[in-house]
Design a protein around this ligand. Structure first.
Ligand code: DX5
Ligand code: ZN
Length: 216
């Protein structure tokens, strides 16, 4: 199980320290929630904090682009050092064109599907993907209630991937904690994003990450 804390819930006044603390606490990846205030009703950041933290962490950086035009900003995330670059299939830009551009840039392409988007929307794109992100909440904010249908949707995506015969990660993003991680792993998820559960855990990042790992 790959644990990817969402930096959206980190202390933005100390991002470099937070990146190092998460690495020390046993995180595998860092998840960067980039929002444009258009694709989602929230405005967070672009590639700047990703670039700023790149030299402070050896972890895999996964940029989650909740933006309408991911192709327009792709170069910035490549230059910032994002390893896995994920756009939403619901974005304005053509998903296939985006995935091919990420691969051409030498990075790992991923697609996210929001709760209202059926799993089979990505079926024909599986051959172009390194990862599919199944949203556990409507994109835009951390701390939201987990949508229970995400478990079954994760199993559907796993079936699609198994039929393709390819090695593709399934990341579940949003509302994940100790009460649902085991069901998500059993359904086929192998990457878990966690914002609130990790950053707001009373016993700190390492305890939170250990608790999640103990349930995988
Ligand atoms: C939501 C983001 C998620 C979210 C995760 O739009 O994509 O990464 O910040 O935070 P929690 O784990 O608190 O739902
Ligand atoms: Zn995210």
């Amino acid at each position: 199980m790959i644990i990817a804390p969402s930096m959206l819930v980190a202390d933005f006044a100390r991002l470099g320290e937070e990146a190092r603390a998460l690495e020390d606490a046993g995180a595998d990846w860092l998840h960067w929630d980039c929002m444009d205030g258009h694709f989602v009703p929230n405005l967070t950041h672009g590639a700047l904090p990703v670039r700023a933290c790149r030299e402070h962490s050896s972890l895999v950086f996964n940029a989650h682009l909740m933006i309408s035009q991911p192709l327009r900003y792709l170069d910035g995330f490549v230059e910032a050092g994002a390893d896995i670059i994920c756009a939403h299939i619901e974005a304005e830009d053509d998903a296939r064109e985006f995935l091919e551009a990420v691969r051409h840039a030498g990075r790992r392409p991923a697609l996210a599907i929001s709760p209202d988007t059926p799993a089979d929307r990505v079926a024909e794109l599986v051959p172009l993907l390194d990862m599919i992100t199944v949203m556990g909440v409507h994109p835009g904010f951390a701390g939201q209630e987990f949508i229970e249908g995400t478990v079954e949707k994760t199993a559907e995506v796993r079936r699609l991937i198994d039929e393709s015969g390819r090695q593709v990660h399934i990341q579940v993003d949003g509302g994940v904690g100790t009460e649902n991680i085991r069901r998500l792993c059993e359904a086929g998820a192998d990457v878990i994003v966690s914002g609130s559960f990790v950053f707001r855990h009373p016993d700190g990042y390492a305890a939170a990450i250990s608790q999640l790992r103990a349930l995988e």
